[in-house]
Design a protein around this ligand. Structure first.
Ligand SMILES: Cc1ncc(COP(=O)(O)O)c(C=O)c1O
Length: 421
């Protein structure tokens, strides 16, 4: 394969891409040469939809013109604004609308879920986590374990890849669940791992955990909006995710949370951290002293939500609804496959792609452990308008996302690499 072949293929793929028009609905940053950057970093911070500014401005104007009356008299009243998101989020994570809610931020939601779902006993207090769990999740978990009087070093079991492999196979996680079933209270895994890009089988892990009465919860920061999900049917107990990566809600955007209906609608509501926005909507403003949770995920809300952050998120969710997850996933597999083909074909000695090769076991990110001049290659990419990221000690992450990336972006990435070598 040559670079010229790759360019020809990319031109054709871009010409035949039925989602190509969606790129115009995003603001693509410009490189110093005036051309669009090749933005391969949607796994870190998604780009701004062109409609986001207007959507936020509408709320600013409402605030200016209505003041407090915006809560009830605005055409999209703020008191119920977050409800606009349930249908979209339910589609994206495969849930019923009442099983999802947009609230807080990811780590806060993880704490809220651990408070309700990590119920250690003397015998069963351990938590199984994946090998490259995001540090914030480990900090949250360790602090929750300590708060319940256990020792995190003893209580956290880490599922590691078997010697020859860099990725964690679902069957190995299931084997660990079987092995430690009598001491596990919770399994907490990433849907897609932030470092390796590996995707785990949520249904299989949940099923194995439930066979032994263990709760199964998931961090979907890198899965939501990236891979198809069916949390309700897979029976997950809870999940949390952020909206600033694949869901393009902007930096620090309000996050998402899923609670399966069997918990959200249980006759005996789960213990939780409570706040007035989770209180029954009909009596919330009676300001009574006793907390009565809204059935479903909304019952875990604490505060009235950050309106401008929600407003910035809405246009992206509408784009997801317009494109449909099936079409996005098909393009995502094609883009990632093309990137892998280009890297393996043109730079076989550059490094090792540590993300699994099977499309079903990954999303749109490829993590490459670069064996030669890793930092130099990364610096060259960014200096030449290929925006990607670096994870210590030697991993470059490239993520072509189907909403706004073109096959031509991958060619640009490869062109820079071929000059940097
Ligand atoms: C997998 C994963 N979990 C948790 C977090 C923490 O998110 P937040 O800072 O929004 O709480 C991140 C942030 O990038 C992440 O990638």
């Amino acid at each position: 394969m040559t670079l010229a072949d790759l360019r020809t293929q990319a031109d054709e793929l871009d010409r035949n891409d039925s989602l190509a028009h969606l790129r115009d609905r995003f603001c693509i940053p410009r490189h110093t040469d005036g051309a669009d950057v090749a933005y391969l970093c949607g796994n870190s911070l998604g780009l701004a939809p062109t409609a986001a500014r207007e959507c936020v401005e509408q709320e600013l104007v409402a605030w200016e013109q209505l003041g407090v009356e915006g809560h009830f008299k605005h055409e999209r009243p703020w008191v119920s604004f977050h409800e606009l998101f349930a249908k979209h989020l339910a589609e994206i994570v495969g849930a019923k609308p009442y099983e999802v809610v947009a609230m807080n931020t990811l780590t806060v939601n993880l704490h809220l879920m651990l408070t309700s779902f990590y119920r250690p006993t003397h015998e069963r207090f351990k938590v199984l986590v994946g090998h490259a769990a995001f540090p914030s999740d480990r900090y949250a978990l360790a602090s929750q374990i300590e708060l319940r009087g256990h020792n995190p070093e003893e209580a956290i079991l880490t599922a590691k890849p078997l010697a020859a492999s860099r990725v964690l196979r679902t069957e190995d996680v299931v084997a660990l669940i079987e092995q430690h079933a009598s001491e596990l209270a919770l399994v907490l895994m990433d849907g897609v791992n932030y470092y390796t890009g590996e995707r785990i089988d949520i249904a299989a892990i949940t099923e194995a955990a439930h066979r032994h009465g263990i709760v199964a919860g998931f961090d979907l920061a890198h899965a939501a909006g990236n891979v198809p999900l069916a949390l309700h049917d897979w029976n997950a107990d809870f999940a949390v995710w952020c909206h600033y990566k694949y869901l393009n809600g902007g930096p620090g955007c309000v996050a998402g949370c899923f609670v399966h209906e069997r918990h959200g609608f249980a006759r005996e509501p789960r213990a939780r951290m409570a706040g007035w926005w989770g209180h029954d909507k009909h009596s919330r403003f009676k300001m009574g002293p006793d907390f009565e949770p809204i059935p479903g995920a909304e019952g875990w809300q604490l505060s009235n939500p950050p309106l401008f952050s929600l407003a910035a998120l809405l246009p992206s969710l509408e784009l997801f609804a317009e494109a449909g997850m099936d079409r996005l996933r098909a393009k995502s597999e094609a883009l990632t496959g093309f990137l892998e083909l280009a890297i393996r074909g043109l730079f076989p000695e550059w490094g090792e792609v540590i993300t699994p090769a099977e499309p079903a076991r990954r999303g749109c990110q490829l993590s490459i452990r670069v064996t030669r001049d890793a930092k130099r290659a990364f610096v060259a990419l960014v200096a030449n308008g290929v925006i990607c990221d670096w994870r210590e000690p030697d991993v470059i992450r490239l993520a072509p996302v189907p909403l706004y990336n073109r096959f031509a972006d991958i060619v640009r990435c490869v062109e820079v690499l071929s000059c940097a070598k």
